[in-house]
Design a protein around this ligand. Structure first.
Ligand code: GDP
Ligand code: IMO
Ligand code: MG
Length: 427
């Protein structure tokens, strides 16, 4: 069996999409296991850019069957648009399948996400307003809709009648919003059902059969460790488990299926939305990193907050995910910066720790303890051999390995599929 996991080790947008695409050609299956279209995964092949939100990033490799797994929440309108956009470019999506257990993001989830954020005002989470939180909330309240419910449309219609009455009450009475019309929704979902039906599968059986046959399966995470509902900077998190633990529940496999667990680490830090960010920069370096690294959200277009590399976060991500390998991305963006601070501890109330505190107040007041590294000036995008990197760049990378006690297997030096330095073969 060969189960590969790709997860984000910081606050998301580390370049997971690129890495899944790079490994995709060697995979038989690529399975998304959590999140929804809050994700924005950018893949660049021969200069051509594709931004994926719900489709697994293996979709551009013809050999890999791509599955939207049971733990994902699906906005069917967005999914159909994404499929259509690829098909219009002449790219096949025949190899895309959808788990019968995945939940549906309903139009009222999106509305409730918006209205709730509005109500929170200055305390807002800064969500992507894609209905993610309200959809997962309904899943756990046990009033959610699953993809398999579309198959039994009479049941779907009946259930929607009851649920919509409840949701419209919330929208109108609590938030003074506009109610949704039942007949319009039924009409829309009748079409969605027809479009999605041919792709619906029992993914648990398919994936476990494939594991038995020794196929290569890559489990693709969205978001990242610091956005994890249990271990991130709660409440400034997403509503799912983007860690390797989430693979088992979200893809329907047991822990023995996870052989190689790859954490993607950006060479610096970024965060979108609200919440504490210990190494955040507000000076010209933030501007430089944002402009050189094109740090603008692929889903919402918001400027990403930028900061120095926080190894307390990465070390904790190694621990909680059981990372076997690191992939460092965007190291090329740091070229030309004279001194590179790296956070190796937090000072909280005069004491130094490397643990991420649970309390938001502690995290918000933590002061970074930095170790300083000399930068490099040479362009490194064309380099394909670790030995050829500037000495200072090698020192920076080796320190990441040493501090996290996890080996770096790949260094990404540019956004294209080809811009990689392979140190250890992952597959
Ligand atoms: P994801 O959400 O983790 O898949 O990451 P995003 O796609 O949202 O953001 C990563 C961005 O960095 C994308 O625009 C990628 O094209 C780009 N990228 C990925 N790896 C590299 C790299 O090594 N160097 C540079 N300069 N850009 C990269
Ligand atoms: P990828 O997969 C970066 C952030 C939002 C917000 C918080 C909660 O591209 O790395 P949500 O809409 O999930 O309820 O928002 O999580 N967030 C992301 N930040 N990358 C992502 O995905 C994100 N998905 C959600 O900005 O702070
Ligand atoms: Mg992203």
């Amino acid at each position: 069996m060969a189960g590969f996991v790709v997860v984000g080790s910081q606050w998301g947008d580390e370049g997971k999409g690129k890495i899944v695409d790079v490994l995709g050609s060697k995979m038989d299956y690529v399975v998304r296991f959590q999140g929804g279209n809050n994700a924005g995964h950018t893949v660049i092949v021969n200069g051509e850019k594709t931004v994926l939100h719900l489709l697994p990033s293996g979709i551009l490799s013809d050999n890999a069957t791509c599955i939207i797994g049971p733990g994902v929440v699906i906005d069917p309108f967005v999914l159909l648009k994404e499929i259509d956009a690829l098909e219009k470019r002449g790219l096949s999506t025949q190899h895309l399948k959808i788990s019968d257990r995945a939940h549906l993001i309903m139009p009222y989830h999106i509305k409730l996400d918006e209205l709730h954020e509005q109500k929170l005002a200055q305390n807002k989470i800064g969500t992507t307003k894609r209905g993610i939180g309200p959809c997962y909330a309904d899943k756990y309240t046990r009033i959610g809709f699953r993809i398999c419910d579309l198959k039994d449309f009479e049941y779907f219609k009946e259930k929607l009648k009851q649920t919509l009455a409840f949701k419209n009450d919330q929208i109108v009475k609590l938030y003074n919003g506009e109610p949704f019309d039942y007949d319009t929704l039924i009409e829309q979902f009748a079409k969605i059902k027809e479009a999605l039906l041919p792709r619906i599968i029992d993914s648990v059986k398919v994936v476990n059969d494939a594991l038995k046959e020794n196929k290569n399966i890559l489990f693709e995470g969205a978001q990242a460790y610091m956005l994890d509902i249990n271990y991130g900077s709660y409440p400034y998190v997403t509503s799912s488990s983007p860690t390797s633990a989430g693979v088992c529940s979200g893809a329907g496999v047991n822990p023995k299926a996870l052989d190689c667990i790859i954490g993607v680490v950006k060479a610096y830090s970024t965060r979108v939305g609200e919440g504490p960010f210990v190494t955040e920069l507000f000076d010209e370096f933030a501007e430089k990193i944002r402009s050189v690294g094109h740090e603008f959200g692929s889903t919402t277009g918001r400027p990403r907050r930028c900061g120095w590399l926080d190894l307390c976060v990465v070390k904790q991500a190694c621990l909680l995910n059981g990372l076997t390998d690191l992939v460092i991305t965007k190291i090329d963006v740091l070229t030309g910066i004279d001194t590179l601070p790296v956070c190796i501890g937090y000072e909280i109330d005069g004491a130094i720790t490397t643990s991420i505190p649970a309390s938001l107040n502690d995290l918000a007041q933590a002061k970074p303890v930095y170790k300083y590294f000399d930068g490099w000036k040479e362009d490194i995008c064309h380099i394909r051999d670790f030995k050829e990197l500037p000495e200072n760049c090698k020192t920076y990378l080796k320190f990441i390995e040493e501090f996290t006690e996890t080996r770096i297997s790949l260094v990404s030096v540019g956004p294209d599929r080809e811009n990689n330095i392979i140190i250890h073969d992952l597959v």
